[in-house]
Design a protein around this ligand. Structure first.
Ligand code: AMP
Ligand code: MG
Length: 329
């Protein structure tokens, strides 16, 4: 079967097409919104997605014959309402025009399942780190279980807000990573873990105070070392508690080389495996929505046009994960 997936939850408008079985990526078109100033403005991002949708669709149609599509999937949430509605409208239109079933998928589950299919991890501990989320998860039976999460802001938000205040632009991640590589001087920052939960707001406050007093390279380095150590520590605790020896990272912050390097070191030290995949699939994209569309279609999900309103606050604990056997071959 062939599924087209539309991503529009935040900064990226993406159209991906995958075929299964076996898993194959047929097309991956992305248009990324970059705010002129500040963070993401929801209505501006939605306007960007609307303006780019036709062009992105044309590019996808030049690669894949849309008559071969069997399923139309879109990211139904969580995300920014105005942005979600652009992707949903295009998906409804495609579903009607192609006369193919519509499937609304969860953006977080899509990040996790693209990681699983690309790495063939059977039942790993998952660190999900993006602009709006920081969670440690595991699949238990037919549920996603959240073992730990942030008690305040997401790690991506910590990075983006710090970067904005330090004048580094949006998104902060790539720039912070680049500047961090030019320093190895650690400035002490709050290291806050409670059980398997983390907290980053104290670190952000401290970093904001230090802007202009310490070099920006040292601050980027210290942010990464401290925040990522916290994330790797709670992930390791989850692995030890469950006796799991596979680890994957999902979500945009996973594009960070230092975070993935720490993950590799932690796993090697405990005889476990960190399963990595190409950095471009950590970021938001349409391919992961298309794959989650296949997963949910196989689980029996179908959405009528009438019921297809978006869900900006959709929790992953309300979504069904695929059975492990999907990843066993
Ligand atoms: P997502 O919402 O999943 O697309 O993730 C977006 C988040 O990933 C933003 O907070 C970015 O700053 C962050 N990000 C992107 N690239 C990197 C990177 N190389 N290092 C750290 N964070 C990154
Ligand atoms: Mg994302």
């Amino acid at each position: 079967m062939t599924c087209v997936g539309i991503e529009s939850t935040a900064h990226t408008f993406g159209i991906g097409i995958v075929k299964y079985p076996p898993f194959q990526i047929l097309c991956d078109v992305r248009r990324v919104y970059r705010p002129v100033s500040g963070g993401i403005h929801p209505s501006e991002a939605a306007k960007h997605h609307m303006e780019k949708a036709v062009d992105a669709l044309r590019e996808a149609a030049s690669r894949v014959d849309f008559r071969k599509i069997d399923i139309v999937a879109f990211a139904r949430g969580p995300g920014l309402g105005p942005c979600l509605r652009v992707g949903a409208a295009l998906a409804r239109m495609l579903s009607l025009k192609l006369e193919k079933p519509l499937v609304g998928v969860n953006h977080a589950a899509s990040h996790i399942n693209i990681a699983r299919v690309l790495t063939k991890a059977i039942n790993p501990v998952i660190l999900y780190v993006s602009g709006g989320n920081t969670q440690v998860l595991h699949v238990s039976g037919d549920k996603y279980v959240i073992l730990g999460e942030t008690e305040d802001i997401a790690v991506g938000n910590l990075i983006d807000v710090f970067a904005r205040k330090a004048g580094l632009g949006f998104p902060g991640g790539p720039r912070v990573m680049e500047l961090a590589s030019k320093s190895n001087r650690l400035v002490k920052l709050p290291y806050s873990i409670k059980g398997m939960n983390v907290s980053f707001s104290g670190m952000l406050t401290m970093l904001e105070r230090l802007i202009g007093r310490e070099s920006v390279e040292d601050l980027c380095f210290s942010l990464q070392e401290t925040a990522f150590s916290m994330l790797i520590e709670v992930s390791e605790r989850a692995m030890a508690m469950l006796g799991v020896n596979e680890f994957i990272i999902a979500g945009g912050v996973g594009a960070n080389m230092r975070l993935r390097q720490m993950a590799g070191e932690m796993c090697r030290e405990r005889n476990a495996v960190f399963k990595d995949y190409p950095p471009e699939y950590y970021a938001d994209n349409g391919v992961m929505i298309a794959w989650e569309g296949v997963v949910q279609y196989l689980l029996g999900e179908r959405l009528s046009i009438e019921d297809s309103i978006v869900k900006p606050r959709w929790r992953i604990t309300d979504v069904k994960p695929p059975p492990a056997r999907l990843y066993e071959n």
